[in-house]
Design a protein. Structure first.
Lengths: 102, 617
């Protein structure tokens, strides 16, 4: 691979993943948390693709597609849940959705 | 011959009365109870007559009860001459006492108004177990009956279970008997190990070749069992207290039948004792000491039933002397005659108590001779018999024991004769205090109904004439020959002692009524000792009961149970809780804190893996 070295891809992937983690941990809004999860998934996808490209193997691509399929399904279910939660509670603050506790 | 019918009939009576008795009338309950026992008597009589001379035991095997390794125990019944005598005594006396009890208990409701049918159900259950005991053809079936009669004894002593003293007496009888039964169980284990069987026939066939040490040990352990059941020293203490039960129970269980089970068992085991002279000697020794000891206590008791209770202990001692001296048939003979006259004495005293509406203290009696003539007349027959008055039943049986004792060890004869004098004295003391002099009580005495005094009349006839039933002849072939020869000098001496006792009682309680008290005052220490039964109960209480109770309380309960076991259980609980409260902290329910934990964990894993892999490289 010429030009862009692998480490840059990996660094970008790591930065995106950490951003996702931070968003997941520190944001209160459910939609933001949800988007952070998508961000982490895609950071991982980027890692897969990087190695797949470097090692000239198709496995990484396959995994990336799997992750995208799961993420799409998850997004559909997750958004439906979020809509229902919002309808029932008029809030998207994650700390207020705690009726299972206590 | 359908031997099983004999015990099953009273069992059926027990079941019917026990289950349906609450709805039955008193007459029906009584008919079922009496009917079942009388039928058992009739069937037993038929069986014995049909079996002819009974020179060899007639054994019936019903089913194999226990089959495991060398242990092969069947549910077997057998009839031989000894069993035949016991069957007649148990069912005969049992029938009479059942009839009597329908009169005695007529006003009885008992606690919770279940008294009448409950009483007869227990009495029938007792008959079932007693008949199982005498019919048994091996030690284990005998033991079933043995324990069963103990259970019924406990139930009937504690019949008035709303009275503290009655339940205490029941417990005492049961617990003291446990000590004896422990010995009996050990004896059975030894027999099983050494002879590979518990069948009487098999075991007794092997005794000739067995080691004398083993046989002596077995004999002594059986004796421990017999001492518990037959109220011999040192386990006699339960019997006087057992008088807390209704009087027919005292007559049937604690005088005529159950307490003689020990004598029966020792006599039954004679082939073991024949090769264990030391054990036999122990039987004779315990018997003579008990006879003398209990008779001396009987001298100073004021409760009419207590007098006869100690008399029973004393007479059982005589039977043990008979068995221990090798005069088994004399012991069994005395067992039978004693069943006649002691049952009569108890039933008579029950009739007196019934007449006086529950009064038992002889100091509140007196002059009852003319008021309850039937009771007086019949009890007098029994009193003469127990005193060994010539040609009454007690005369024959006691003399054959005493003569056997003389040829065994002359000192035993003399102790026995002195005891006979004491026996005559205390029995006639009771008779004179009850029936002679002037009436000292406040109740209005009334004669008992015929249903009560007719059994007394039958028993009186047996007490007087029972000595002519040729039991020693009948049992002669069954037992090894004993060296009993007629000896008129010895006989005359014992009769003289008996008459002397009667005369002394007459002088002290009829001619000069103040004499007894002044005599008691002049030997105050001795009188107090005897009056308080040598303080044996107090000694046992201090030596055995209190240490056991306080040991159980402090060591077993407070230390072991509450301290150790509860400590372990509670400690496990406390530890789980404290660990749980620590583990509860991370589980906050906050999703993001979980995510943080996951992050932290994965960082640690990655750092570790990379560090190790890097280190390997």
């Amino acid at each position: 691979m010429t030009g862009v070295p692998v480490s840059w891809f990996l660094t970008l992937s790591a930065v995106l993943f950490v951003l996702g983690v931070c968003g997941f941990l520190f944001r209160r809004n459910i939609i933001t948390v949800f988007m952070s999860i998508e961000l982490m998934l895609n950071a991982v996808n980027l890692t897969f693709i990087t190695f797949s490209y470097q090692l000239k193997q198709v496995n990484g691509h396959l995994f990336a597609f799997f992750v995208m399929v799961v993420a799409a399904a998850e997004a559909a279910v997750g958004l439906a849940i979020i809509l229902t939660v919002f309808k029932n509670r008029n809030t998207l603050n994650i700390d207020e959705v705690n009726s299972m506790k206590n | 011959m359908q031997l099983w019918l004999i015990p099953i009939l009273p069992l059926a009576g027990f079941v019917i009365n026990g289950v349906f008795g609450r709805r039955f009338s008193k007459g029906l309950v009584g008919s079922v109870a009496i009917g079942s026992v009388v039928l058992a008597f009739a069937w037993a009589l038929r069986v014995i007559l049909a079996l002819g001379d009974l020179n060899t035991p007639h054994v019936e095997h019903y089913f194999t009860w226990i089959q495991s390794g060398i242990v092969n125990i069947g549910c077997d019944f057998a009839v031989d001459r000894l069993t035949a005598v016991m069957l007649m005594v148990v069912t005969g006396i049992g029938s009479l006492i059942h009839i009597y009890a329908t009169g005695y208990m007529a006003h009885e409701h008992g606690p919770n108004f279940g008294g009448y049918y409950r009483f007869f159900a227990y009495l029938n259950l007792f008959m079932f177990f007693m008949l199982t005991l005498v019919l048994a053809a091996n030690y284990l079936v005998l033991f079933v009956g043995w324990e069963g009669v103990g259970l019924c004894s406990y139930l009937l002593i504690g019949f008035y279970f709303d009275k503290k003293f009655a339940t205490n007496a029941g417990n005492k009888a049961f617990i003291v008997n446990r000590i004896g039964d422990f010995g009996f169980s050990l004896a059975m284990f030894l027999i099983l190990i050494n002879f590979k069987s518990l069948d009487f026939g098999t075991v007794f066939g092997q005794t000739a070749g067995a080691s004398p040490t083993v046989l002596t040990t077995i004999g002594l352990l059986l004796l421990v069992g017999a001492c518990g059941k037959s109220a011999q020293l040192p386990l006699y203490v339960w019997l006087p207290d057992a008088m807390a039960g209704p009087t027919p129970v005292s007559a049937l269980i604690h005088a005529a039948t159950m307490v003689t089970a020990g004598v029966y068992m020792c006599a039954r085991s004679f082939p073991i004792y024949a090769h264990a002279p030391d054990a036999l000697h122990a039987i004779a020794l315990i018997g003579i000491v008990t006879a003398c000891f209990a008779a001396s206590i009987g001298l100073a008791q004021n409760d009419i039933k207590k007098v006869f209770a100690y008399s029973t202990v004393s007479q059982l001692g005589y039977m043990f002397v008979g068995v221990g001296c090798g005069a088994y048939s004399a012991g069994i003979f005395h067992l039978m005659t004693h069943a006649f006259f002691k049952a009569l004495l108890f039933l008579g005293s029950g009739s007196v108590i019934h007449a006086l509406s529950g009064e038992q203290d002889m100091r509140n009696m007196g002059g009852l001779r003319s008021k309850i003539p039937w009771t007086f007349g019949t009890m007098m027959c029994a009193a003469l018999a127990i005193s060994g008055f010539p040609f009454t039943s007690g005369f024959f049986s006691k003399d054959s024991i005493l003569i056997a004792a003389y040829s065994y060890a002359p000192w035993m004869y003399w102790v026995g004769v002195i005891t006979a004098g004491m026996t005559a004295f205390y029995v006639f003391r009771a008779m004179f205090m009850t029936f002679f002099g002037t009436y000292r009580g406040h109740e209005h005495p009334h004669e008992s109904p015929p249903v009560m005094y007719l059994p007394l009349v039958v028993l009186a006839a047996l007490s007087l004439g029972g000595g002519f039933i040729p039991i020693p002849e009948f049992l002669k072939q069954f037992f090894p020959p004993s060296p009993i020869e007629e000896n008129f000098t010895l006989m005359a001496i014992s009769v003289a002692f008996g008459l002397g006792g009667i005369g002394l009682a007459y002088v002290m309680y009829v001619l000069k009524p103040g004499m007894a008290d002044s005599l008691a005052g002049s030997v105050k220490g001795l009188y107090t000792l005897v009056y308080n039964k040598y303080f044996v109960d107090e000694i046992y209480d201090a030596a055995v009961v209190r240490p056991l109770v306080s040991g159980s309380r402090t060591v077993l309960w407070k230390t072991l149970d509450a301290g150790l076991i509860d400590g372990i259980v509670n400690g496990v609980g406390t530890m789980s809780r404290s660990v749980g409260s620590l583990l509860r902290l991370p589980q906050s329910g906050n999703i993001r804190s979980y995510a943080s934990w996951v992050l932290l964990g994965s960082v640690i894993v990655i750092v570790t893996v990379v560090g190790i892999l890097g280190g390997v490289k």
